[in-house]
Design a binder for this molecule. Structure first.
Ligand code: PEP
Ligand code: MG
Length: 605
């Protein structure tokens, strides 16, 4: 405690007592030491550590003194959204290709873009950190960076980027390609110059495997906190991952399954973007099927890698979701290159890209709408999933795929897609002479899906709340354009926090509760989870606990934060008698719970 007191005429007056400010390192050391000295219980220890503070242990951090001096000497350029925690320093490059090339020649780079798109994925991977001028907490840059474990500052409006001259103006200063900048993804600060970073002990033990746990005191304290968290939490913790290495990182952090594999991220991997573009540009079903046939073995190999790493843990794979134009090149040189590759005219490619333009792509031809209009895509993706499942099963590796259909608003959309998935599963099992368990479910990410969740649950064996889109569609706020006005909105206390970061319980949460109630009324055993970015946010995790979800799914580096947050939610909210895990509660109990949580939630607010 931080105590102020005075003595007056022989009497002691306590003036103020506050909980002492401490770094995450100190908070954890104090909590673990006090349990070992039997001064507090492990439950109390967990209550004393803010889950988000674990970020300081899981990511590289700046030398604090050096950073303070840099700020004092006017090196702070701007502040954006703290979209991917950690510290990164590198030289500014303005496109993904340069990021890759510079990194290949040993340079550390910060990829700086107005906003990122799937085309930038390799450059994002090569960069130390990602900095964008536009986009919110669930923009492409933010969610891909978190999944990769990259430092990211997004939606930094003060950056005025000029791609043509490879420069940016920031609050009166000019930053050129090659200049050093340092970005703090925990605070959102962007600083001019090179700052030293300190590696994370936990990462060296768990991910890099370069440090022995017995030589890592901070890791040992971290491991104790995780062990205690697992003792008390009711929620399972899954991860959002699309690559075997991301999945392996998540398992090392304690993930118990994959809650979301975004298959579209795989299409930018080696050899896939070509056939993908052929598929999009196809004029006939036959041409589309021919391109899909090229993609099938490549997708199958992706899923194989993930199933092997996950070794029997459940894996939720989502069929293609984004609008198709995201896969096509938008600049003339790359459109010409594509035309050459495909043996068609540049004009044809240009015209097709233009024809795919939409005014509101987020509300346009995306999600299950793609699979409904082009069923052969769903068929290819399901076949790839199930052939991979059959392969690992034959090799004695347990497997449990869950195929998830995105953006369902009407039960008939799901019926259409589920029929294709189930038929393909049966075909593959017959062809391969092997049986494996699988589930078909849906994302609940648009209000109509939530409002008709009872109808949808007759078809869906699981729901996963896509709270990025559900927030966008419930609030009517574009997730990609929100940064500009959400910051002033939060300053004016219209929303207490960015609703794309911390779940809006009164609005989006209310929609989720309706879906849980309706879903359980039609299928009491329905599996319920969340895979929007809120699945890694402590306050939102508490809400998921309160409404009785079975799991939360978050990016790999947030898994430990989610484990602690889930334990704290259980310790804070569950009466000692209510020891039954949420997933075992039947319909009646869940209805009671919903009534109880309504009170609890509103009391908290
Ligand atoms: C979501 O909408 O919450 C979600 C997980 O899907 P995506 O972010 O890919 O739209
Ligand atoms: Mg979505």
């Amino acid at each position: 405690m931080d105590i102020e007191f005075t003595m007056q005429q022989g009497r002691l007056y306590m003036l103020q007592c506050r909980v002492g400010k401490r770094t995450a390192f100190a908070a954890i050391r104090i909590a673990v030491d006090m349990v070992q000295e039997k001064l507090i219980t492990d439950k109390e220890a967990l209550q004393r550590i803010e889950p988000d503070a674990l970020n300081q242990l899981l990511r590289p951090i700046f030398d604090l003194k050096q950073k303070e001096e840099a700020v004092k000497s006017g090196k702070l350029l701007a502040k954006g959204l703290n979209a991917g925690p950690g510290a990164a320093t590198g030289r500014v490059v303005f496109n993904a290709h340069d990021a890759e090339q510079w990194a290949k020649s040993g340079e550390k780079v910060i990829l700086t873009r107005i906003e990122t798109s799937p085309e930038d994925i390799k450059g994002m991977d090569a960069a130390e950190g990602i900095l964008t001028a536009r986009g919110g907490m669930t923009s492409h840059a933010a969610l891909v960076a978190r999944q990769m474990g990259k430092v990211c500052v997004a939606g930094c409006n003060e950056l005025d980027i000029d791609y043509a001259t490879h420069t940016m103006h920031v609050n009166g200063q000019v930053v050129k390609e090659g200049d050093w900048v340092s970005i703090d993804g925990t605070t959102g600060q962007v600083l001019l110059g090179k700052l030293n970073t300190k590696p994370s002990e936990v990462l060296q033990v768990l991910i890099d495997k370069t440090l022995d746990p017995t030589d890592a005191p901070v890791y040992q304290e971290f491991a104790k906190i995780m062990q205690w968290s697992d003792k008390y939490r009711k929620l399972k913790i899954r991860t959002n991952a699309d690559q075997p290495d991301q999945s392996a990182n998540a398992v090392a952090f304690g993930a118990e399954g994959i809650g979301l594999t975004r298959t579209e991220h795989m299409f930018f991997g080696e050899g896939k973007i070509g056939p993908m573009r052929e598929m999009i540009l196809a004029d006939t079903v036959e041409q589309r099927k021919a391109a899909l046939a090229k993609l099938l073995p490549l997708q199958r190999a992706d899923f194989l890698g993930i199933f092997e790493v996950m070794n029997g843990r459940p894996v939720t794979i989502r069929t293609i979701d984004p609008p198709l134009h995201e896969f096509l090149p938008h600049e003339e040189p790359s459109q010409r290159e594509l035309a050459n590759q495909m043996g068609i005219s540049y004009e044809k490619v240009k015209q097709r890209v233009e024809s795919l333009h939409e005014f509101n792509p987020m509300l346009g031809f995306r999600g299950c709408r793609l699979g409904v209009v082009y069923p052969e895509i769903t068929e290819m993706q399901s076949r790839a999933i199930f052939e991979a499942a059959a392969d690992v099963k034959k090799r004695g590796i347990p497997v449990e795929p869950e195929v998830m259909i995105p953006l369902v608003g009407h039960v008939k959309e799901l019926e259409h897609q589920a029929a294709i998935v189930r038929k393909t599963a049966e075909d593959v099992m017959k062809e391969q002479g092997v049986k494996f368990p699988y589930l078909v479910g849906t994302m609940i990410e648009i209000p109509r899906g939530a409002m008709t969740a009872d109808e949808i649950a007759r078809v869906a064996e699981f729901f996963s709340f896509g709270t990025n889109d559900l927030t966008q569609t419930t609030l009517g706020v574009s997730r990609d354009d929100a940064a500009r006005f959400l910051v002033p909105y939060v300053e004016k206390e219209i929303y207490p926090k960015d609703p794309f970061e911390v779940l809006d319980r009164a609005g989006v949460g209310a929609v989720m509760k309706i879906a849980v109630e309706k879903g359980r009324s039609a299928r009491p055993s329905i599996k319920l989870g969340i895979c929007g970015e809120h699945g890694g946010d402590p306050s939102s995790i508490e809400f998921c606990h309160l409404i009785g979800l079975h799991y939360v799914s978050c990016s790999p580096f947030r898994v430990p934060i989610a484990r602690l947050a889930a334990a704290r939610a259980a310790l804070l909210n569950d009466k000692p008698t209510a020891t039954k895990p949420a997933r075992k509660r039947g319909k009646k109990a869940s209805t009671k719970l919903l009534k109880k949580t309504t009170k609890k939630v509103s009391r908290k607010r």
